[in-house]
Ligand binder design. Structure first.
Ligand SMILES: [Zn+2]
Length: 158
């Protein structure tokens, strides 16, 4: 068998799951890259060693187990922690709202196009370690912000 018989699927021009819009997913400036670089990969074990937190009490990236946030950060926005939304491509996301997500990096410009939460602009949120798209950072002009994270991309304590 020749090596080229196993063809890789051709990459799509963009991955619609990565975005609300069809804008390409690009790290535009060094400051944005630094945001990610400054969020070192933190495994459950690292985190537990630091502060004695029981590993099973942390919320981690399902892909790489980087610590993303913790159950205490769950918050309600517009009356609920969990929301189901579809993006303009029709992809449905179940997200949970978190006040803070230490393990995320944020990329792309802040925009209010197609926002799911009235009064909030958003940026894409990725795992700071493996760059998997985990959700969005929502930001209000008043300075409030929270993360809406895609629940099936996280591993949460039972
Ligand atoms: Zn990850």
């Amino acid at each position: 068998m020749r090596a080229n018989e196993k063809q890789q699927p051709r990459p799509a021009p963009f991955d619609p799951e990565h975005l609300y819009t069809s804008r390409p997913f690009v790290l535009r400036d060094p400051a944005q890259k630094r945001t990610i670089a400054d969020s070192p990969a933190r495994t459950i074990e690292d985190k537990a060693a630091d502060d004695g937190t029981e590993p099973e009490k942390l919320i981690v990236c399902r892909q790489c187990r980087n610590v993303i946030t913790r159950p205490e950060e769950r918050i309600e926005i517009q009356g609920a922690h969990q929301h189901t939304f579809a993006n303009p491509q029709g992809i449905v996301f179940e997200i949970g709202c978190f006040g803070f997500a230490q393990g995320c990096g944020f990329v792309g410009p802040l925009t209010d196009e197609f926002t799911w939460f009235k009064g909030y602009s958003w940026r894409v949120a990725v795992c700071g370690a493996c760059i998997t798209h985990l959700g969005w950072l929502f930001h209000s002009p008043g300075g409030d912000s929270f993360c809406g994270l895609i629940l099936d991309r996280l591993r949460q304590p039972q």
